[in-house]
Ligand binder design. Sequence first.
Ligand SMILES: Nc1ncnc2c1ncn2[C@@H]1O[C@H](COP(=O)(O)OP(=O)(O)OP(=O)(O)O)[C@@H](O)[C@H]1O
Length: 242
Amino acid sequence: MLEVSALAKSFGSQSVLRDVSLTLPAGEVLAVLGRSGGGKTTLLKIIAGLEAPDAGTLHLAGHDLRPLPPNQRQLVYLYQEPLLFPHLTVFENIAFGLRIRKVANGKITQQVNQLLDELDLREHAQKAPHQLSGGQRQRVSFGRALIIRPRLLLLDEPFGNLDAQTRADMQQLFLRVRQQHQMTAIFVTHDSREALTVGSRFAYLEQGQLTTFASKADFVRDARTNIQQEVRFWESISRTEN
Ligand SMILES: Nc1ncnc2c1ncn2[C@@H]1O[C@H](COP(=O)(O)OP(=O)(O)OP(=O)(O)O)[C@@H](O)[C@H]1O
């Protein structure tokens, strides 16, 4: 479905991505874990068409992405701060992608209402974005993305600004929606627990180099993910409590 091969990118003398390759089959979510500055956002921006690679190839469903401008790539790039139209209601924000495609009103109402239900937003349909919480705004932004049925979702720390409980709720909602819509996505995060929760495939990006793992067990075992260290920490805490 998505095939990235030998991607490279430098800014001036700084090499930000080196020989990055990945294959993502339809319906899978690749969780990309990495520390700040490792090149995660740059990778997503290149796939989205917001930055040009220096070398390498990108194919989505067999089509070469490189000649296509962002709006013809059939993908959506979502980041921490949801971009919503401030003057439109929640309903109209979600409907927007269908309105510009001149879809019939009845069909728009039906599809938007279905998404409002799936995203637990029905009671907020007539509110403006500034009347919503951060988690609710992020759900509207999911709705806006899903309504146009993109081939690929690119998620850049989408829940990074939310408190721990809302973040955990959003991860569960993501899993539900992912299943309903058979989503293919790349989900970038600093948080290993989030990566393990949302991902069906796993990768680690450090200093521009991407390691992809054959299994969740391999990902957990890799010392750079810090997961085993964290497990040992919680085990030591529970031992001191007993
Ligand atoms: N337009 C740009 N011009 C120059 N340098 C850039 C540009 N964009 C990113 N960089 C540099 O590339 C490196 C990787 O940045 P990137 O945003 O991809 O990292 P990241 O892994 O997403 O980090 P974070 O998790 O903090 O967002 C950083 O050192 C950054 O300063």
